[in-house]
Design a protein around this ligand. Structure first.
Ligand code: AMP
Length: 295
């Protein structure tokens, strides 16, 4: 596996891959790779001949009081894990290469970034879309793989790629969880053992909503209330938002159905965690008014 540190070299190498007729996939990450990231690398390997994993802790998507400085970084370990998962290239540019002197362009997706995480992290999505647009321009992949874990981010990037005719297919990979249900995240490392237990309430709230939906409940407001009450019962948990939205358009939905995403952001101690679940089809017998019995 190659490690490429320069933008020019990455651009040249990608052109060689394309000229050889290879389908190229990009998996953008900020490193500190865990099983969630690695599942995306493996998915990329199923979709393409060549898998490029970018590792770049992007300063412009962190707010001034956020964790840019202390964000975990270990390129050697990331390269080892990425290679094991089937990556062909790790692209890890320096910040000064990505943002050279004089840099002043931003990519801004308007409506989709105003709500949910965007309301609590001003400038965050502009940082994400700008860096992802640059990574897509350098690597020029056929496919780029993002995690459903960051559901709003995936929707924003799909919008950007379509609006700017980027000619790349955006694919979402499913959320990978710890055995007890906590969504894997590089930020879980910040949690104390006590906070780690409190953090389970994110998944519990989503499971509660999904279960009731499966049992026939369609009233989003009712389930959002229940989720808020459940999370409110954990002393160390502070809700930023709980939402029921269309997973693609992020419009609020009053009535639940397939493709609706329950999404939330909760601060546990000092650590901000997000999670979501996208509702599927109700199985037969689970429609509104359907039986709650197994048998
Ligand atoms: P990050 O390094 O946090 O910027 O994440 C890089 C990519 O990995 C993003 O597309 C995330 O949505 C995705 N990702 C992060 N955590 C998970 C997870 N637990 N399961 C699946 N994908 C994830």
């Amino acid at each position: 596996m190659e490690i490429i540190r320069s933008v020019d070299q990455m651009r040249r190498r990608s052109a060689e891959f394309r000229d050889a007729g290879s389908v190229v996939a990009l998996v953008p990450t900020m490193g500190a790779l865990h099983e969630g990231h690695l599942s995306l690398v493996r998915l990329a390997g199923e979709l393409a001949d060549v898998v490029v994993v970018s590792v770049f802790v992007n300063p412009t998507q962190f707010g001034p009081s956020e964790d840019f400085e202390r964000y975990p970084r270990d390129l050697d370990e990331d390269a080892r894990l990425a290679a094991d998962a089937g990556a062909d290239v790790v692209f890890a540019p320096e910040a000064r290469e990505v943002y050279p002197a004089g840099f002043e362009t931003v990519v801004h997706v308007q409506k989709l970034t105003r709500k949910m995480c965007g309301a609590f992290r001003p400038g965050h999505f502009e940082g994400v879309t700008t860096v992802v647009a640059k990574l897509l321009n350098v690597v020029r992949p056929n496919v780029a793989v993002f995690g459903q874990k960051d559901g709003q981010q995936a929707a924003v990037i799909e919008r950007m790629a379509a609006d700017l005719d980027m000619g790349v297919e955006i694919v979402r990979g499913p959320t990978v969880r710890e055995p007890d249900g906590l969504a894997m995240s590089s930020r879980n490392a910040y949690l104390s053992p006590e906070e780690r237990k409190d953090a389970l309430v994110l998944h519990e709230a989503l499971e509660y909503a999904e279960q009731l939906y499966r049992c026939g409940e369609s009233d989003a407001a009712l389930l959002l209330d229940g989720m808020r009450t459940l999370i409110g019962s954990v002393k160390g948990a502070e809700i930023q938002y709980v939402a029921a939205v269309d997973a693609k358009t992020l419009e609020d939905v009053p009535e639940l159905g397939p493709g609706v995403m329950f999404a939330l952001a909760v601060v546990i101690g000092k650590t901000r965690l997000i999670d979501n679940v996208v509702l599927g089809e109700r199985k037969r017998g689970e429609e509104a008014g359907g039986s709650h019995d197994d048998g």
